[in-house]
Design a protein around this ligand. Structure first.
Ligand code: HEC
Length: 120
């Protein structure tokens, strides 16, 4: 009986040691948490892709600040004509007088296309 108690106590001691190891593990997983917060930050910059700003900087000179059109056609109802995918293709490949490759970043292309596809 006494031996069993000793074993139990030894077992408890081992669990405590394991517990200490466990807290070491959690502190190292804290560093991996830091990494994931860093990737959270980069996803924040992704969501910070501002379609309206991108349009104002790259497209408004031809399509107007309010999509009213200028050199390029009016885009206020472009979403009823094209899907986001079709607009992405137009941005990538150009169309008629519109030059291809105005936007290089796929994220920006998708953001602007999604935004325009909602204009109906
Ligand atoms: C240099 C002037 C110019 C710039 C800059 C420009 N476009 Fe255009 N865009 C045009 C012209 C011109 C057309 C008409 C092409 C045609 O149908 O012959 C056009 C057509 C389009 C169309 C199709 C409209 C329709 O009804 O068929 C979309 C969508 C479009 N542009 C989106 C954009 C976006 C988004 C940007 C910015 C990333 C942009 N354009 C930048 C000149 C421009």
């Amino acid at each position: 009986m006494k031996l069993k108690n000793l074993l139990l106590a030894a077992g408890l001691g081992a669990t405590l040691v394991l517990g200490a190891c466990g807290s070491d593990d959690s502190s190292s997983s804290d560093t991996s948490k830091d990494e994931s917060t860093m990737s959270d930050d980069s996803s924040k910059t992704e969501t910070a892709v501002d379609a309206e700003k991108i349009f104002a900087n790259n497209c408004a000179s031809c399509h107007g600040n309010n999509l009213e059109g200028n050199v390029g056609p009016n885009l206020t109802k472009v979403g009823s004509k094209y899907s986001s995918e079709e607009i992405q293709k137009i941005i990538k490949n150009g169309k008629g007088q519109m030059p291809a490759g105005i936007l290089k970043d796929d994220k920006e292309i998708v953001a602007v296309a999604d935004w325009l596809a909602e204009k109906k």
